[in-house]
Design a protein around this ligand. Structure first.
Ligand code: ZN
Ligand code: ZN
Length: 167
């Protein structure tokens, strides 16, 4: 999906569609759906809308793979890259806006989609808030099983204390 900037009409452009993306850091299990509105204001191109991605992540606690739908809100302003060479300062209109730069007359929507999906996918996800994780000593998945490590196990620091108390 590419947008030719000089062809964006005054009333803006609605983009809807699916893109199969390849990401290095996140495993996507289906094409990413985009619903975006593209507007040109002077030299700036403003893109707003949302993306829906289905990703496969690994739980940070139990290490199991799980799938999740990620809804990505998009609110990006693109400035012409030529502006970077000048010493202009940018005044951000509200902190919620992401900023990007375009060169030439084309905007690669696929790149925008990749960036936004990566930015909005949690890096330390949990399969569920209630995930109990795995036992660090025997590796049992505590969501489905239990182990007796915590009963038998005494912290070495407490062991020292216990000996002192026993005397
Ligand atoms: Zn988990
Ligand atoms: Zn255990």
């Amino acid at each position: 999906m590419k947008v030719v900037i000089s062809e964006i009409p005054d009333e803006g452009l609605d983009l809807e569609g699916e893109e199969s993306l390849e990401l290095d850091v996140i495993k996507l299990i289906s094409p990413v759906t985009a619903r975006l509105r593209v507007e040109k204001v002077g030299q700036e191109v403003i893109i707003r809308g949302d993306l829906t991605a289905h990703v496969e992540l690994q739980c940070g606690r139990c290490l199991k793979d799980f799938r999740r739908e990620v809804l990505v809100p998009v609110d990006v302003v693109y400035h012409p890259a030529e502006e970077l060479r000048g010493e202009e300062r940018y005044e951000l209109k509200g902190e919620e806006l992401d900023m990007g730069f375009y060169a030439g007359d084309e905007l690669d929507i696929q790149e925008l989609m990749k960036e936004q999906v990566i930015l909005n996918t949690p890096m330390k996800p949990l399969c569920s808030e209630a995930c109990k994780g795995i036992c660090l000593r025997c590796g049992t998945d505590l969501n489905t099983d239990s182990c007796s490590c915590s009963e038998k196990y005494i912290d070495p620091r407490l062991e020292v204390l216990k000996k002192l108390l026993d005397k």
